[in-house]
Design a protein around this ligand. Structure first.
Ligand code: GLN
Length: 482
């Protein structure tokens, strides 16, 4: 069931939070052994939270907007008293001392926190195969990846183990898994949602957002997550619109641009067909469609793989075996402690990023790489700013292909990086974007439509997504492989 209806039914007493939870725990027992969406299921904590919600209702207190909704959290979000691993061996045993701002907000709306989901180590990857613990499988086809890096969150919602999940998106990590799993995945504008308590990967790009089954749930989640936070100085003070109120407004008169750089050879034919079909639906609903150009798109992936690793190499310097998580048992002195803890703790992709990042920031190279990439980023942002003078929204594929097979790209980092070609530009610009399912290919795998809007125009994304979803409901299998 979707989150909005669970919250309504729990609030009205039609069902208890404990019943809802036990149904989800049942799904976990059936699907989790094959799907591997979680790093930790917080069964005891969740049962206590569900009980408290039911107790609160019994006493006649007003319930929050997520009353009894089982929510899964990507394992880079801190929940006080619970281990946060970021999918990395190096953080094994690291117990969070405080709640992330988003976690506090979920708790205050009476959500039931169900567990911590699997992810690519430190959110570096597009398939969840870079987890130190185990890969997560795509519930639509267990031979395929669920996308990444929030693949555990996506898989958990897909097969009904959670009703809603949070992910983080630095270059596509909410939208791409949403596309691969047939979900709605929303990356809010930079600064819309507080990152306090999110383990940093690339601080100028990271955003937290929801993965859900419906647009209504995405709007509800964003209404709760968004807004100022004194503990995150990058969080905007802009007021938060009522995202749920725009859902019925339709798309009549909305100007939708198709950036020609997103429909080039190399794009999978079925993905292209499905996305163009979705655009046709928007046209029939009254949107005006036109072609636009974002000329610097082709530099986005290259610039991202300078900026994101640069920031990561700095952010990850703190994992030295002294303050957080795992400490190498074989170190004989301080230098070895750093070397061995990092050498044994980090996986190959994280090491690659640290090497890349350290190199591009090093004296003598900084101008040629980091500073240049920052300027390219400015041009990419400028492209979007120009285009949003003419259109309200952009429509593109979320990813160039549907879900790929496990192992297909794991030995070829560049081909893995390219699965984010369409999601990285919006991250670099810092604007708002969302993926919504728009079809299923011949192999039975979902395809995602990406909508991009200007900074802080999430309501336009949600408005169009909801109109689309109503016109073209997404087929959901009764039951996933079990
Ligand atoms: N796949 C991209 C990367 O590995 C984006 C990851 C993300 O958004 N966290 O950097």
């Amino acid at each position: 069931m979707n989150a909005s209806s669970i919250a309504r039914d729990v609030a009205s007493g039609k069902v208890s939070a404990q019943e809802v939870l036990s149904r989800h725990l049942g799904s976990i027992r059936v699907s989790e052994p094959q799907v591997g969406a979680f790093i930790r299921v917080m069964e005891t904590e969740a049962m206590a939270m569900a009980k408290a919600v039911d107790e609160k209702r019994r006493q006649g207190a007003r319930l929050g907007r997520l009353a009894g909704v089982p929510v899964a959290l990507k394992d880079n979000l801190q929940v006080s008293g619970v281990e946060t691993t970021c999918g990395s061996r190096i953080l094994q045993g690291h117990v969070a001392a405080y709640d992330a701002a988003v976690v506090k907000r979920l708790k205050s709306e009476d959500a039931v926190l169900l567990g911590k989901t699997n992810m690519d180590e430190f959110a570096m990857g597009s398939s969840t195969e870079n987890s130190s613990f185990h890969p997560t499988k795509n519930p639509w086809n267990l031979g395929c990846v669920p996308g990444g890096s929030s693949g555990g969150s996506a898989a958990a919602v897909t097969c009904g183990m959670a009703s809603l999940a949070l992910g983080s998106d630095t270059g596509g990590s909410i939208r791409q898994p949403a596309a691969f799993c047939g979900l709605v995945g929303l990356k809010p504008s930079y600064g819309r949602v507080s990152r306090y308590g999110l383990v940093a990967f690339a601080s100028s790009l990271d955003q937290i957002g929801p993965l859900s089954r419906t647009t209504e749930d995405a709007a509800l989640a964003l209404s709760i997550l968004a807004g100022p936070d004194a503990q995150d100085s990058t969080c905007s003070k802009k007021s938060v619109p009522d995202y749920s109120a725009v859902l019925g407004q339709g798309v009549k008169g909305l100007r939708v641009g198709l950036p020609k750089e997103y429909f080039l050879p190399g794009l999978d034919a079925e993905v292209e067909g499905s996305v163009r079909g979705a655009v046709e639906v928007l046209r029939q609903l009254g949107a005006e469609i036109c072609e636009v150009s974002l000329p610097h798109t082709r530099y986005a992936v290259a610039a991202y793989y300078i900026l994101a690793p640069a920031e990561a190499s700095s952010n990850l310097a703190r994992y030295d075996g002294v303050r957080y998580g795992r400490r190498s048992p074989s170190a004989r002195n301080l230098e070895e402690l750093y070397e061995l803890s990092r050498g044994e703790g980090f996986g190959p992709e994280v090491k690659r990023r640290i090497l890349l990042g350290t190199y591009v920031l090093s004296a003598g190279y900084c101008d040629a790489y980091y500073n240049r990439a920052s300027r390219v980023r400015g041009l990419i942002r400028q492209d979007f700013k120009e285009v949003f003078k003419k259109v309200d929204l952009l429509a593109t594929p979320t990813a160039p292909t549907a879900a790929f097979r496990l192992g297909e790209k794991s030995s070829d980092p560049v081909s893995m990086y390219l699965s984010d070609v369409f999601t990285i530009p919006s991250s670099m610009a810092g604007n708002a974007s969302l993926s919504i399912p728009c079809g299923v290919n011949r192999a039975g795998l979902p395809i995602g439509l990406q909508l991009i809007a200007d900074d802080f125009q999430e309501q336009t994304l949600l408005r169009a997504a909801s109109a689309f979803e109503k016109a073209k409901p997404f087929p959901r299998p009764e039951k996933f492989s079990s």
